[in-house]
Design a protein around this ligand. Structure first.
Ligand code: FE2
Length: 232
């Protein structure tokens, strides 16, 4: 990795995972609030929030699948010398399985709520989303605290970059600007420069030309009820 692509001397190359996790932390906090804010019976609004919920579930599922298929096998292979290495991988796999169960619960509840936007269905869906978030946060904290230092010891920068490319491949092309916006929303200037620098030139141009406005409009449309508004 060239020095222009590193996030800064104080941050290891794995810091990009922390920025990606921030998206899941933010959206998992917003989702139960968004569900509760849908007026009783407003199926149109439930469809908007439900579409975002589906995107979230799909995005998190892809994120974990890429980790399952790339990071864990490499760590399992190489971190044996580190006594705690194998245990950490087992813990990550168990946490992924637990998160999968909470996501299955969410996916089981969501269709009934979307159909009616019924108040009690919303309350139940918000409850399972809160349970999901608790499992997710425990996992993200552990992954950042326990796995990222192991990655820095046992995976090369090229291997880490390959993980990032696999992750990027899971994003549909027509969702790339929204994904970039989601990453940049809570990024500090250093993180922002890092991700924009990684994007190809055409991506940066598209972001400046329309991507950032598209993302801002999508956020306004989705979150307006949380800020006391009802319209975009
Ligand atoms: Fe992760």
């Amino acid at each position: 990795m060239s020095s222009s692509r590193t996030p800064g001397p104080a941050r290891p190359y794995t810091h990009e995972m922390v920025v990606v996790h921030r998206v899941f932390r933010r959206e998992s906090a917003l989702l139960p609030r968004l569900v509760r804010a849908v007026p009783d019976g407003d199926t149109q609004r439930a469809a908007v929030v439900g579409a975002h919920l589906t995107e979230y579930v799909t995005g998190l599922h892809h994120h974990h699948t890429v980790e399952d298929e790339t990071i864990w096998p490499l760590l399992r292979e190489r971190a044996d010398a580190v006594a705690a290495g194998a245990d950490v991988v087992v813990r990550m796999e168990e946490q992924h399985a637990r998160i999968d169960r909470t996501l299955s619960e969410v996916s089981a509840q969501a269709p009934a709520w979307r159909l009616t936007a019924d108040r009690s269905a919303a309350t139940e869906l918000a409850r399972v989303l809160e349970e999901h978030r608790a499992a997710l946060l425990e996992h993200l904290d552990d992954e950042e605290r326990l796995v990222l230092p192991l990655v820095e010891q046992h995976l090369s920068v090229a291997e880490w970059d390959a993980v990032g490319r696999r992750g990027l491949e899971t994003v549909p092309r027509d969702k790339l600007m929204l994904a970039l916006g989601s990453l940049l929303e809570d990024a500090d200037p250093q993180e922002r420069a890092y991700f924009l620098d990684k994007a190809p030139l055409i991506g940066r141009l598209l972001w400046r030309a329309f991507g950032r406005r598209q993302y801002a409009a999508a956020c306004r449309a989705l979150r307006a009820p949380l800020h006391g508004g009802t319209r975009q």
